[in-house]
Design a binder for this molecule. Structure first.
Ligand code: COA
Length: 326
């Protein structure tokens, strides 16, 4: 049976570490509040001259090296991001040029924190239909440049980073078993970045009204996230006719440790079988799952034929899951 297999992973985190104790000096917050409410201890911040494509480039280079292929072998580049270099051209095209992936088509997708799994869904459809055999999928964000550093409700949450995977067509038993994506635009106001688009184009007024920053109704989003993700993971294992005990590792989007624990608990999974790195990275939106996946692979937490479950929830609202046999 034709399947889509992840043949390699790569990730990149900017050097600069911003700790909770530094944030204590910037806004009215405390290490204790951030740790207890989110699980985050520190996050990475891109330098002034680093854009999303620069982070994506580093992660992609590593994934290409590990797959032992040239950038010229890539047929399609998908970049999942909400913080692209600029509205046009896409960060996918900028990345294509940086990599020298001259034979690839390239585009970006916006599904916020679910972007990486949305990208998997697109890549899987292309590969299973025979259109492409080898795709580079990247989740990359520089959220720090769209963060209101005076707003304690949001500035403690986000971080920058990138993760990349190479996907190939395979006839074997390993690869993507299911990938499901969902949206509900009626909740658009829970998490948005209202400025800079055609509704609120950049202007002195949009700047004055702070429309170019990420805004989130955290508590309302939290409640919808927990409920939605609990249903999502149960339906994913049921549709694949497996038990949660069959899953070697749950790799969730890294938004909040309390959301992750609630999802794991609904599956009856001990936290030792859950990949958590938000303590070091914060919420990196579309980048969080491929960064966590890369860490899981390189630290030996996943072996051949293991089932891994990916799940995400984010702005849109969007949510998504994937079951993969490694
Ligand atoms: N430091 C100290 N206090 C803070 C704070 C901070 N950084 N941020 C908010 N507070 C305060 C609030 O002002 C509020 O005070 P009040 O009761 O006097 O009004 C209090 O803490 C509780 O705020 P609340 O928003 O109810 O907290 P919470 O338990 O919901 O935690 C989040 C806030 C953002 C951590 C949590 O809601 C969350 O993670 N939301 C979902 C994130 C998510 O999944 N997003 C989608 C994917 S990106």
């Amino acid at each position: 049976m034709l399947r889509t297999k992840i043949v390699s992973t790569g990730s990149y985190l900017p050097e600069r570490i911003l700790s909770n104790s530094e944030l204590e000096k910037m806004v009215d917050t405390s290490d204790q509040w951030i740790t207890e409410r989110t699980g985050i201890k520190e996050r990475r911040i891109a330098s002034n001259d680093q854009a999303v494509s620069d982070l994506a480039f580093e992660a992609s280079k590593l994934a290409l090296e590990r797959a032992q292929i040239s950038a010229k072998d890539i047929e399609l580049i998908i970049v999942a991001t909400i913080t692209g270099d600029m509205p046009v051209p896409s960060s996918g095209c900028i990345l294509q040029d940086k990599l020298g992936a001259v034979n690839a088509a390239a585009f970006d997708i916006n599904a916020a924190c679910s972007g990486f799994i949305y990208g998997l869904s697109i890549a899987n459809a292309y590969i299973k239909s025979g259109v492409y055999k080898r795709i580079l999928l990247v989740g990359a964000e520089v959220l720090s440049k769209f963060t209101n550093w005076k707003d304690r409700n949001t500035c403690v949450l986000f971080g920058d980073g990138a993760g990349a995977v190479i996907l190939e067509a395979t006839d074997g038993d390993q690869g993507i078993y299911s990938v499901d994506i969902y949206s509900d635009g009626s909740f658009a106001n829970l998490l948005n970045l209202p400025g800079g688009g055609s509704k609120n184009p950049p202007s002195p007024e949009s700047l004055k009204n702070e429309l170019h920053y990420l805004q989130m109704k955290g508590n309302e989003t939290f409640k919808v996230a927990v409920k939605t993700l609990e249903q999502l993971v149960i339906s994913t294992i049921e549709k694949n006719n497996i038990k949660s005990s069959d899953i070697k590792l749950l790799i969730p989007h890294q938004a909040n440790l309390r959301i992750i624990s609630a999802t794991a608990s609904r599956l009856g999974m001990d936290m030792s079988r859950v990949m958590v790195n938000l303590n070091k990275c914060g919420n990196t939106s579309a980048a969080s799952i491929p960064i966590a996946l890369d860490e899981a692979v390189t630290s030996g937490r996943i072996e051949k034929n293991d089932y891994i479950l990916l799940e995400a929830f984010g702005g849109g609202l969007t949510w998504a899951s994937a079951l993969i046999k490694w």
